[in-house]
Write a protein that binds this ligand. Structure first.
Ligand SMILES: O=c1ccn([C@@H]2O[C@H](COP(=O)(O)OP(=O)(O)O[C@H]3O[C@H](CO)[C@@H](O)[C@H](O)[C@H]3O)[C@@H](O)[C@H]2O)c(=O)[nH]1
Length: 485
C-alpha cells in the first residue's frame, strides 16, 4: 500500500522556513501515520542562515525528509527594475515550477500525496497541483490580520486607481485597525512594480485553495479571525476553510543555525543577570540599519541605563545593486559603535554579531523586554516567552504588524520615527525606559496582557486546545480524502 504523504513547499527565507518545518513536526507528532517531505529551494540571495538550520533539523528529526530541488540560475540583477527582495523571491519560485511539478509526479508514484502545503510566495504552483488532483493548501506564515488584509486586497485594488504610496489616507480592512495606506507592505505601494502584481495574483488565488493553515491562535487574534469566518474579507466568493494551528515556534534542540550562533555566549551571560532586567534587541533574519542609525541606537541604549543584549549586523550598503540582496559581512563592532561604547557598557550590556538564539533568549527569565522589527515569528516568540515589545518595523508587512501589536493587541509600545524613517537616540532611550519600567499602570498592564496570551498559547497547543482541534480537523479531512475544490 502507498504511504500517505504530506508535501510542504516553503519559500526559502528563514522567516518562512522555520514555521513550515514546525508544521511538519507537529503533524508527525500528532498524526504519525503520515510521512512528511519538505521541498528545499536553493536561493541565490540572503535567506538568513537557513543551510545550517536545515542540517540541524535533519540530524535531530530524521523522520522529516528534505527534498532538495535542482538549483536554479537566477542572476541577482534580474530584479534591477524593482528594488524589492520579494520580486526576486517570486521570480525564483516561478522558475522552480517545472522542478516542483516533476518532484510531485515522482513522489506520487510511490506515495499518495494527501496534501500539498505551499507558502504564499509559491502561489504559481497552485494550478498544476490542482491538475495533478492534489489538494493544495496555503500555509500562512504571517498573522491572521495579514491574511485578512490579503484576502481583502483585490477589493481595495478595484476601488482605487491610485498608487498607495501617494495616498495619505487610512484604509479599512475587515478585522484590522485602520491602516495608513503607506504602512502597507512596501512592494504593494506602487502599482507599476512587478511585485505589486505578484501580490495581487497571490491574494486573488487564496480562495482557490483547498484551505488555509495559519500560524496563529484564536485567543490572540479574535477580530480578524471573526472577520474572515464571517466572509467579510472575500465579499464575492466563498472563503476556504481556515485552520489556526499555532503558535509554531522553533523547537529545534541545541541549534547552531546562525553565523557563529552565539548560543552559549548569550545564554551564559543571561544566566548571570537578574530576573527580567535585560532588554533584547533583534531585527529578524534580514534586518539591517545604516551606520548612523546603529550609532544612534547605541547612544539611546547607553543613556537608558538598562541592561541589554543587542544583535548587531553590518550596515546595509545599497550602492552596489547586485550585492544588496546578499548577506552582509561580519560587523566590525569597534568601528561601527560609538568610541568607548563597548567598554563603558561592558558590565550591563552584551553585543553579539549577526545572530542570537532568539527563541531561547526570549524564554530566558532575565529578559524583560524585546525591541523587535515585528516579523510574525518574532512576535509569536515574544508572546510565548511572555515578553512585552517595542515595535520597530523595517520591511515586508511589519508596519501593519506594528499597528496590530500596538493598537489592537496592546502587546507592544510604538517606536516613533521621523519622516525619513530615522529613530533618534532619545526615542530609543525613552521607549527602552518605558518598556523596562515595571509600574502597574503603563507597561505593567501590557506585561500582564502578554502573560495572559502566553498562557493562552500553551492552552491552544495542548490537548483539547483550539489549535490542536484545528489540526485534528485538518488531518481528519486528509484521512477521509477530501474533494478538490
Ligand atoms: O538573531 C536572530 C535573528 C532571527 N532569528 C530567528 O529568525 C526568525 C525570524 O523570523 P521573523 O521574526 O518572522 O522575521 P523575518 O525573518 O523578517 O521573516 C519574514 O517572514 C515573516 C513570516 O511571514 C514575516 O512576518 C516577516 O515580516 C518577514 O520579513 C525568528 O524565528 C527568529 O527567532 C534568530 O534566531 N536569531
Amino acid at each position: 500500500m502507498k504511504k500517505d504523504t504530506i508535501v510542504l513547499y516553503p519559500s526559502p527565507g528563514m522567516g518562512h522556513l522555520i514555521s513550515m518545518v514546525e508544521l511538519g513536526k507537529l503533524i508527525l507528532t500528532h498524526h504519525p501515520s503520515f510521512s512528511i517531505i519538505i521541498f528545499i529551494t536553493n536561493a541565490p540571495y540572503n535567506t538568513g542562515s537557513t543551510a545550517a538550520y536545515i542540517n540541524r533539523v535533519s540530524q535531530t528529526t530524521p523522520s522529516i525528509l528534505f527534498h532538495h530541488l535542482p538549483t536554479i540560475s537566477l542572476p541577482l540583477d534580474s530584479t534591477i527594475e524593482s528594488p524589492h527582495l520579494e520580486t526576486l523571491v517570486f521570480k525564483l519560485l516561478h522558475l522552480n515550477n517545472p522542478n516542483v511539478h516533476q518532484a510531485l509526479k515522482t513522489i506520487s508514484q510511490s506515495s499518495t500525496v494527501k496534501s500539498f502545503i505551499i507558502d504564499f510566495f509559491c502561489y504559481s504552483s497552485l494550478d498544476f497541483a490542482h491538475n495533478l488532483k492534489i489538494p493544495t493548501y496555503y500555509f500562512f506564515t504571517a498573522s491572521a490580520a495579514c491574511l485578512a488584509f490579503h484576502l481583502y486586497f483585490p477589493t481595495i485594488h478595484k476601488n482605487t486607481t491610485k498608487n498607495f504610496k501617494n495616498l495619505q489616507t487610512h484604509l479599512g480592512f475587515p478585522g484590522l485597525p485602520s491602516i495608513l495606506a503607506s504602512d502597507m507592505p512596501k512592494p504593494m505601494l506602487d502599482r507599476t512594480d512587478e511585485a505589486y502584481d505578484e501580490f495581487l495574483y497571490f491574494s486573488a488565488s487564496i480562495p482557490r485553495s483547498q484551505g488555509i493553515i495559519v500560524n496563529s491562535f484564536e485567543l490572540l487574534e479574535p477580530r480578524p479571525i471573526k472577520a474572515i469566518s464571517d466572509g467579510l474579507c472575500v465579499p464575492n466568493a466563498s472563503t476556504p476553510p481556515v485552520y489556526y494551528i499555532g503558535p509554531l515556534i522553533d523547537s529545534t534542540d541545541g541549534r547552531k543555525n546562525g553565523p557563529g550562533s552565539n548560543e552559549s555566549v548569550c545564554l551564559d551571560w543571561l544566566d548571570s543577570q537578574p530576573s527580567r532586567t535585560v532588554v533584547f534587541l533583534s531585527f529578524g533574519s534580514l534586518g539591517l540599519f545604516n551606520a548612523a542609525q546603529l550609532k544612534e541606537i547605541a547612544v539611546g541604549l547607553e543613556k537608558s541605563g538598562h541592561r541589554f543584549l543587542w544583535v548587531v549586523r553590518s550596515p546595509s550598503e545599497p550602492k552596489d545593486k547586485t550585492r544588496r540582496f546578499l548577506a552582509p559581512p561580519e560587523p566590525d563592532l569597534d568601528a561601527l559603535l560609538p568610541k568607548g561604547f563597548l567598554a563603558r557598557t561592558k558590565v550591563r550590556g552584551l553585543v553579539v554579531k549577526s545572530w542570537a538564539p532568539q527563541v531561547k533568549v526570549l524564554s530566558h527569565k532575565s529578559v524583560g523586554g524585546f525591541v523587535t522589527h515585528c516579523g510574525w515569528n518574532s512576535a509569536l516568540e515574544a508572546v510565548c516567552g511572555g515578553v512585552p515589545m517595542v515595535a520597530w518595523p523595517l520591511y515586508a508587512e511589519q508596519r501593519m504588524n506594528k499597528a496590530v501589536l500596538v493598537e489592537d493587541m496592546k502587546l507592544a509600545l510604538p517606536m516613533d520615527e521621523s519622516e525619513d524613517g530615522f529613530v533618534t537616540a532619545s526615542e530609543v532611550e525613552k521607549r527602552v525606559k518605558e518598556l523596562m519600567d515595571d509600574s502597574d499602570d503603563g507597561i505593567g498592564s501590557l506585561r500582564k496582557r502578554i502573560m495572559v496570551m502566553s498562557e493562552g498559547a500553551k492552552a491552544a497547543m495542548s490537548e483539547g486546545g483550539s489549535s490542536r482541534r484545528a489540526l485534528a480537523e485538518l488531518a481528519e479531512s486528509w484521512k477521509l480524502g477530501n474533494q478538490i475544490i
